[in-house]
Design a protein around this ligand. Structure first.
Ligand SMILES: N[C@@H](CCC(=O)N[C@@H](CS)C(=O)NCC(=O)O)C(=O)O
Length: 217
């Protein structure tokens, strides 16, 4: 399979999944300036000109949760929970909760990183979205209670979908804002497949700072 990826973006989920599953892939690194995402070739793979985009046997897919669900069903059963599995509902919930977290990360990235002119940036949005991001993570942690991963039976693609947001949250949230977040990030970082995916991620193109503080208010 082929994967089109922008370093530090949501396509990292698919890259991480491929390493967890031990599946072979061919990686194409794209920029985040818009131009390489808007070519006719890329728009044929991703309707909105985004990443991730993959081709599987020549057929395109471009939603990371759908890609992971399909790959788990067809090539990596240990990372999925099939229909009829007692954890199926919680698995699907976690797999898609990643985008509930992701929308806040995307808004924070817009206002701290993408919008360059100060008058375009909203301190209100920065504060509101940081609080909403913290809420999504606090909620997930409360649900996990004493567990390391989202499902009682252990690590799954749902942990990759959510884990990408957990990892990226370090750009916008201080550890004390979400008790348990640092330990969760450490558990993610301790996975060999995560480290192997990081090694393939490519040079930073979105986040140049380790942390983006929001204005007081
Ligand atoms: N729901 C999609 C979202 C994909 C998405 O929006 N990716 C961003 C990078 S994080 C992108 O390609 N943005 C480029 C653009 O908006 O032009 C997924 O999770 O795969």
């Amino acid at each position: 399979m082929e994967l089109w990826h922008v370093p530090q973006s949501r396509s990292f989920r698919v890259l991480w999944f491929l390493h967890e599953a031990g599946l072979p892939y061919r990686l194409h690194l794209l920029g985040f300036d818009g131009s390489s995402l808007r070519t006719p070739e890329h728009l044929a793979r991703s309707l909105a000109g985004r990443v991730p985009a993959v081709t599987l046997g020549g057929a395109p897919m471009a939603e990371s949760a759908a890609i992971m669900e399909y790959l788990a069903e067809t090539r990596a059963p240990a990372l999925g929970r099939p229909p009829g599995h007692p954890e199926r509902m919680a698995y699907l919930e976690g797999l898609h909760y990643g985008e509930t977290i992701g929308q806040h990360l995307a808004n924070l990235t817009q206002h701290h990183v993408i919008l360059r002119e100060p008058q375009m940036r909203s301190p209100t949005v920065m504060r509101l979205e940081a609080a909403r991001l913290a809420k999504t993570l606090t909620g997930a942690l409360a649900h996990m209670a004493e567990r390391d991963w989202l499902l009682p039976s252990g690590f799954s693609a749902a942990d990759i979908a959510v884990g990408y947001g957990v990892w990226q949250a370090r750009y916008f949230l201080q550890p004390e804002e979400v008790p348990g977040l640092s330990a969760w990030q450490s558990r993610i970082a301790s996975r060999p497949a995560f480290q192997a995916a990081l090694a393939q991620d490519g040079p930073p193109v979105i986040y140049r700072e380790a942390f983006y503080p929001r204005p007081e208010g």
